[in-house]
Design a binder for this molecule. Structure first.
Ligand code: GTP
Length: 625
């Protein structure tokens, strides 16, 4: 009987207060005592707590004694095809399973898997910000999963809260009634009880499939130092027990349940997890990659395959979107870097990497990321957890190339680009892009997008009135989003805009490789793939920003951008002039000339043997071109 279980998520735009509200739930239900409470308890990584963003989701099971008499949702009101179990005997004892989800678009797949593991979602909207792009992005994912949505306006304690406007936007978005929207504050705890009561009232209990062969959806997997690979699961059918021989259906990997139980939010071992419940399984697997998010666990039958024959729907291989070379900034740091990346991979199954060698940068790795934030977090974790400084090459998207000899290939870096005369056609990834901005900035956003080759589709308005906000729909090449698009968007909208994006497919394009030469030597890590039309302009900009960020040398430094050996832009950084004649007071002009002449020769010699040290600030300058 599952009637006292409620499984739910909180969905929200980044920073709208999910983790803080989750903390209040834990406190209110007595799951974590006030004494043990540290802020944002579910964000377990230091980095998450510091930046205040959720990277990994952490499920938690709360036991809740409801004080009020709750009438469960009338099964006859449910959408067709969904049956609901009857009320249990201990009417007021509930088990609430909360999955906290990451807010950022890079981690969308994790959000969609969490949503597949629950029956309802609390849609949290910050009263000081209103509906934002990822509010809508995540809401659509929830609606696709047929979830019951509970709208909540958060941060109503804040002096900057605009409750009426936020209400209007939510009503416009959901078509709900005003009285359906709960007003809350994760900070003061206001509204927390009402949210929990509404969850019990409105979110359907999980369906009872207790007699079917066991199936469980993996919605997260991680590596624990003491337990090995741990899967977070929603059991949909049957039950799983300690000691069960299990089978991962997509990867066709057998494993064993060494331990299982619930998150409270610590590991709380148990003998079994039943259908409808959320918990963890210690799998005994060595690698997180064998235990993929979205896969289905069943038990092993006598033929050594799964007892259940149909995996749960919706499994998707997560694909990297942005690629970059990662090299140790010190020449001999390769082994350390390799160990660090191997370790990070244990807890980051979306990260992909393979060894790469570059003449200039030595041995390193070509890595694939879900997006720029993922890359950013990766770099910061290398620095923070492993004390490693790295050089990151200009990020690139994947290009599909058709060569003249009919061979097709996918490249992820400028270094892999074939000679121009071997290329028949190039395709690049395109995205849908949704931007929400106050009406006054629509013009600026339009200009920015058209500079970046976006295609305008249409505009919706989120509410009426003088401070109306627009939801703009576009399509845009991914390459246009990965350099500094988000920074620019924030600048042109005084920080008000938010965005959400998703891959739609590949389209034909015309790109060329720009090489950058410093002191006439190509700097491989600065090479970049750009649209042919923009090549001259970008080449010029890169030269300029390098001129500003490279340290002056004893000699004049030539900085050039070239395509296929032909220089398209160049700049010069003047020499650092040591004052060799400072010691001479007045007098002998020929002596001065002699010294200057000697200095010049010295500089020439140095130039011939130079290898310029390019500081990482110069790479950054190029990235922000
Ligand atoms: P992500 O996980 O990164 O998506 O963020 P989040 O949605 O979990 O937001 P988080 O709980 O980290 O809160 C974001 C910021 O809002 C923090 O600075 C909180 O202190 C603040 N905050 C959260 N809830 C409230 C609230 O009810 N009132 C006020 N005034 N501030 C709040």
């Amino acid at each position: 009987m599952n009637s006292n279980i409620r499984n739910f998520c909180i969905i929200a735009h980044i920073d709208h207060g999910k983790s803080t509200l989750a903390d209040r739930f834990l406190e209110f239900t007595g799951t974590v005592s006030k004494r043990d409470m540290k802020n944002q308890l579910l964000d377990s990584m230091d980095l998450e707590r510091e930046r205040g963003i959720t990277i990994k989701l952490t499920p938690v099971r709360m036991e809740y004694k409801s004080h009020l008499e709750v009438t469960p949702k009338d099964p006859s009101n449910q959408p067709q095809g969904i049956l609901h179990s009857v009320q249990n005997d201990n009417k007021n004892d509930y088990i609430l399973n909360l999955i906290d989800t990451p807010g950022h678009v890079d981690f969308n797949y994790e959000v969609s898997r969490s949503l597949a593991a629950v029956e309802g979602a609390v849609l949290l909207v910050d009263a000081t910000q209103g509906v934002q792009a990822q509010t809508i992005g995540n809401l659509y994912l929830a609606i696709e999963q047929n979830l019951e949505i509970i709208p909540v306006i958060n941060k109503i304690d804040s002096p900057a809260a605009n409750i009426e406007k936020t209400k209007a936007e939510i009503i416009h978005l959901l078509g709900c009634k005003e009285e359906d929207i709960i007003l809350a504050s994760g900070k003061t705890g206001q509204g927390v009880e009402e949210i929990l009561q509404t969850i019990i009232k409105k979110i359907p209990a999980p369906l009872d499939f207790g007699t079917k062969p066991p199936r469980a959806l993996i919605f997260d997997s991680s590596y624990n130092e003491f337990k090995g690979v741990v899967a977070s699961v929603r059991v949909t059918d049957g039950q799983l027990k300690k000691g069960d021989k299990i089978y991962l259906m997509t990867t066709q990997t057998p494993a064993e349940v060494l331990e299982l139980g619930y998150y409270t939010p610590k590991f709380q071992p148990s003998d079994s997890i039943k259908n409808g419940e959320i918990g963890y399984i210690v799998t005994g697997l060595k690698e997180v990659r064998d235990c993929r998010v979205g896969d289905t666990i069943t038990t092993l039958n006598s033929e050594k395959t799964g007892l259940a024959t149909e995996p749960l729907p919706g499994y998707k291989e997560v694909k990297a979107m942005v690629y970059a070379g990662i090299f140790p900034s010190e020449g001999d740091g390769y082994e350390e870097l390799r160990d660090a990346i191997d370790r990070l991979k244990l807890s980051d199954s979306a990260l992909i990497y393979e060894p790469e060698h570059s003449q200039a940068l030595g041995f390193g790795f070509r890595c694939g990321f879900l997006g720029m934030l993922h890359l950013d977090i990766f770099q910061e974790r290398l620095h923070r957890e492993f004390n490693l400084e790295v050089v990151i090459t200009v990020p690139s998207v994947a290009y599909k190339i058709e060569k003249t000899n009919n061979v097709s290939l996918t490249i992820h870096s400028p270094q892999e680009m074939p000679e121009p005369n071997h290329i028949l056609s190039i395709m690049e990834p395109w995205m849908t892009l949704d931007i929400i901005t106050p009406k006054d900035y629509v013009g600026n956003v339009m200009t920015l997008i058209s500079e970046r080759r976006g295609r305008y589709l249409n505009t919706e308005y989120l509410s009426t009135g003088s401070d109306q906000r627009a939801l703009l729909h576009y399509q845009i090449p991914l390459a246009a989003l990965i350099t500094d698009f988000y920074d620019k968007l924030k600048t042109v909208t005084s920080g008000y805009a938010s965005m959400n994006y998703e891959l739609i497919g590949y389209e034909k394009t015309d790109v060329v490789k720009i090489e950058i030469l410093v002191a006439e030597e190509p700097v491989e890590a600065l090479a970049t793939l750009v649209w042919r039309e923009d090549a001259f302009h970008i080449g010029k900009k890169i030269c300029e920003s390098l001129k500003d960020s490279l340290p002056r040398q004893q000699f004049e430094l030539k900085i050039q951008a070239a395509i296929g050996g032909k220089v398209i832009a160049s700049d010069r950084l003047g020499a650092l002039r040591k004052d060799v004649i400072a010691k001479l007071y007045g007098g002998d002009v020929t002596r001065k000339m002699k010294l200057l002449e000697k200095q010049k020769k010295g500089k020439k010699r140095m130039m011939a043997h130079s290898k310029i040290d390019i500081p990482s600030s110069a790479y950054l300058a190029v990235l922000k071109r």
